[in-house]
Ligand binder design. Structure first.
Ligand code: FMN
Length: 177
């Protein structure tokens, strides 16, 4: 299986999980045969980059490739900048979080809340894809709530933006809370 020009050992993926998929867990899963792992989500807010939490969540240069890091945010330019920064730090793939249901993320119109603004989704994806020369992937839910299941439209927007792989958490945000 390939994502962009990066070859994976197989098609078994570890879902990104904040608080779970840290470096030791990723290394363990790779050793057990997982083909694709992604780190915990990191904020796209530049002023948070030097916090211990962000540093521990970043990719590790000694980690085998592909090294995928997931970014979360709402501002297209900040997301593009975060993508560039993480590639400079050693990421070989950028995943974008449009699935997080957490209140502190949702209320900033980030994570799964972005699915409610398809124009903004397109802007973020266009900017991030243009900012880096590594594959960009996307993680979504099926929609914000059962009345607004728009993952198919979001998938088309992503495809047009040049996103290389889409992972769907098969529930709406509303069914989480
Ligand atoms: C503890 C925990 C943390 C998670 N953190 C993230 C995250 O940071 N980014 C993300 O895209 N999804 C996150 N998820 C969602 C998972 O990647 C995955 O989509 C989801 O758990 C799959 O659905 P399931 O729970 O029905 O198996 C998290 C899930 C759990 C249980």
């Amino acid at each position: 299986m390939k994502i962009g020009d990066l070859s994976l050992a197989n098609n078994v993926f570890l879902a990104p999980m904040a608080g779970v998929t840290d470096l030791p867990f990723r290394l363990l899963c790779r050793r057990l045969g997982v083909g694709m792992v992604t780190g915990e989500m990191v904020s796209s807010v530049a002023s948070l980059r030097d916090t211990l939490k962000s540093k521990l969540r970043g990719v590790h240069i000694k980690e085998p490739t592909p090294r995928s890091i997931q970014i979360v945010g709402w501002d297209p330019d900040a997301m593009a900048d975060a993508a560039r920064y993480n590639v400079d730090q050693g990421a070989s793939m950028i995943d974008i979080n449009m699935g997080c249901p957490a209140k502190k993320v949702f209320k900033r119109l980030a994570g799964s809340a972005l699915m409610g603004d398809e124009v903004l989704v397109g802007k973020i994806l266009d900017k991030v894809v243009a900012a880096v020369d590594v594959p960009v992937t996307l993680k979504t839910r099926t929609g914000v709530d059962p009345e607004h299941k728009n993952v198919v439209r979001i998938a088309r927007i992503a495809e047009n933006s040049g996103v290389q792989c889409l992972a769907v958490h098969g529930r709406t945000r509303a069914l989480h809370v």
